[in-house]
Design a protein. Structure first.
Length: 134
């Protein structure tokens, strides 16, 4: 077993998944990378070979891209989960991807809730304005 306690490993798992989710989401969805994202979407649909199309698709899907971000963070941190050898990296990689994607799903859920509240508030404001004008 790894020299680091299971509690510390679990803390690393849940904390390290935060920047992984942040980077994967930002690159695949936010306006700052819109042009790169649109380029990759176009290439993922129109490249000549399936290998090229799949390569570019990896940059359009937050789940797919989170695997690459996870590999980067595993190299950066040397984080292993449960075992001290290559299997610890493998387990950590899949666990981090899973937790990061749970975080991204929660983010989408919260973001949609906020958007829905804004739309409802705007509709109520318009309704009040109409009543006020009548």
């Amino acid at each position: 077993m790894n020299d680091v306690s299971l509690g510390i490993q679990a803390a690393w798992l849940f904390i390290l998944a935060i920047p992984i989710a942040c980077v994967a989401w930002t690159f695949t969805h936010e306006e700052v990378f819109r042009e790169v994202h649109e380029y990759c979407v176009e290439k993922s649909k129109n490249c000549k070979t399936i290998a090229q199309r799949k390569f570019f698709y990896l940059f359009t899907c937050e789940y797919c891209f989170s695997h690459y971000v996870t590999i980067f963070f595993l190299i950066l941190t040397g984080y292993k989960l449960l075992l001290d050898d290559w299997r610890g990296y493998l387990i950590a990689g899949f666990a981090l991807v899973w937790i990061a994607n749970v975080y991204m799903s929660l983010y989408v859920f919260i973001r949609l809730g906020i958007k829905e509240e804004r739309i409802e508030a705007t509709l109520k404001e318009k309704e009040l304005e109409e009543k006020k004008d009548n």
